[in-house]
Design a protein around this ligand. Structure first.
Ligand SMILES: Nc1nc2c(ncn2[C@@H]2O[C@H](COP(=O)(O)OP(=O)(O)OP(=O)(O)O)[C@@H](O)[C@H]2O)c(=O)[nH]1
Length: 383
């Protein structure tokens, strides 16, 4: 490496017209260089040395150095024009010595070597240009790939954004659906609540008068179509005002609830029970004749009269008066059926309360007691 640097320095001296410096540098370095045996650099040294000698008109030494350069590089391709320069020195030497044949030979070698050198330079230039083109092409490819990469990254980001937006949309839809379901459930609950409020009496939890009436109409229509007897039992708590007044409203409410509960307990699943007045109740019994209805009313009367009232906080007597009617006598109109049952109940009140009276002849034990009622009613009540 040092030899190459010194060779370049020596060449520089020569170009600056300082051949003495060139010779000094190269002669100093030559023994060491020869030991390396590295022919391209040795040839280069000799060729530069021959040129330096020639510039100083040291012709024999120049001839010697040029010959050495040619010998060393004879099997080599010309490197940095070393061989070319050596042949030029030889040509100049032979010419100045009048040896035209040798001069011509040297010149031909010089020309060939120079051409080969030029070809090599041309080939190197082309190789360099090719490499440069390849490098530019590579660079373009890298740029293109970078741009493709950016496009792909953008596409990926776009896809991510789209899927994020889709996820958000799905979440929003789920929320909306959940909200709709929730509000539908709420509205269904509200409807059920309000329907219950309308259909059931708030205190006793049995049918309200309005709902009882609706259901009773349907039952009677159905029973009339199938020619089935329906009985109606109306009953009213005896001296209820006194209970309220002496034991308080709360005790009155307790009594109403217990009467309703006991009534419900003896009703069959398709019987209709309703609170039709303050302390007045009505039971509609499908497929039941007057006798059976009276028995059922009697059972309820006994239960109420033996009801354990101490749970209310007071020990008092709780009884009710019952009136019974039946479609066979009173017809299938609810108003007529209830009216006749109410009339019979009124009779029960008149006759001392805590008893059952029927609105019919020959069907019920209490018929003779209700006779005044029965004489005219059956003909006018038939539907
Ligand atoms: N505690 C309570 N009392 C009620 C309710 N609805 C009506 N009442 C009362 O029921 C009583 C009805 O009394 P009346 O119709 O005069 O008859 P009664 O005292 O039961 O006497 P008789 O029916 O003739 O045996 C009134 O004092 C009303 O205030 C209620 O929901 N709760």
């Amino acid at each position: 490496m040092a030899s190459i640097i010194i060779g370049v320095q020596a060449k520089g001296y020569l170009l600056d017209n300082q051949p003495e410096e060139t010779i000094t540098k190269l002669e100093q370095q030559m023994p060491m260089l020869l030991k390396t045996g590295y022919q391209p650099t040795i040839g280069e040294y000799y060729s530069v040395l021959s040129e330096a000698y020639w510039q100083l008109n040291m012709q024999e030494k120049a001839f010697q150095a040029a010959n050495n350069a040619v010998k060393v590089q004879s099997s080599q391709a010309p490197l940095n024009g070393a061989r070319t320069r050596a042949y030029k020195v030889l040509y100049q030497y032979y010419r100045s010595h009048g040896d035209n044949a040798a001069a011509l030979d040297a010149y031909i070698n010089y020309a060939e070597s120079d051409k080969a050198n030029l070809d090599e330079v041309k080939a190197k230039t082309m190789a360099y240009q090719l490499a440069q083109h390849q490098s530019i092409e590579q660079q373009s490819r890298i740029t293109l790939l970078n741009q493709q990469n950016r496009v792909l990254t953008l596409q990926q980001k776009l896809t991510e954004n789209q899927s994020y937006a889709q996820r958000e949309l799905i979440v929003a839809l789920i929320c909306v659906i959940a909200l709709l379901i929730f509000s539908a459930i709420q509205s269904w609950r509200n409807q059920r609540h309000f329907r219950k409020l309308a259909e059931y009496d708030g205190l006793t939890n049995i049918f309200s008068r309005a709902h009882f009436t609706t259901m009773a109409h349907q039952l009677l229509e159905h029973s009339q179509r199938h020619q089935e007897s329906v009985s109606c039992v109306m009953f009213d708590i005896d001296h209820f005002k006194q209970i309220n007044d002496s034991k308080g409203h709360k005790t009155g409410d307790w009594a109403l609830k217990n009467v309703a509960e006991n009534s419900l307990n003896i009703c069959r699943h398709n019987d209709l029970l309703g609170r039709v007045g303050g302390e007045e109740f009505c039971i509609l019994l499908p497929q039941t004749n007057l006798k059976q209805a009276k028995e059922m009313a009697e059972l309820l009367r006994q239960r109420l009269s033996t009801l354990y009232t101490s749970d209310s906080g007071y020990d008092f007597s709780l009884t009710a008066s019952f009136g019974v009617s039946e479609t066979g006598v009173s017809g299938y109109k609810l108003e007529g059926l209830m009216h006749d049952a109410d009339q019979a109940m009124y009779q029960a009140k008149i006759r001392g309360r805590n008893q059952v009276c029927c609105f019919a002849v020959n069907e019920c034990n209490s018929l003779e007691k209700t006779a005044p009622l029965l004489t005219s009613a059956p003909q006018t009540k038939q539907s």
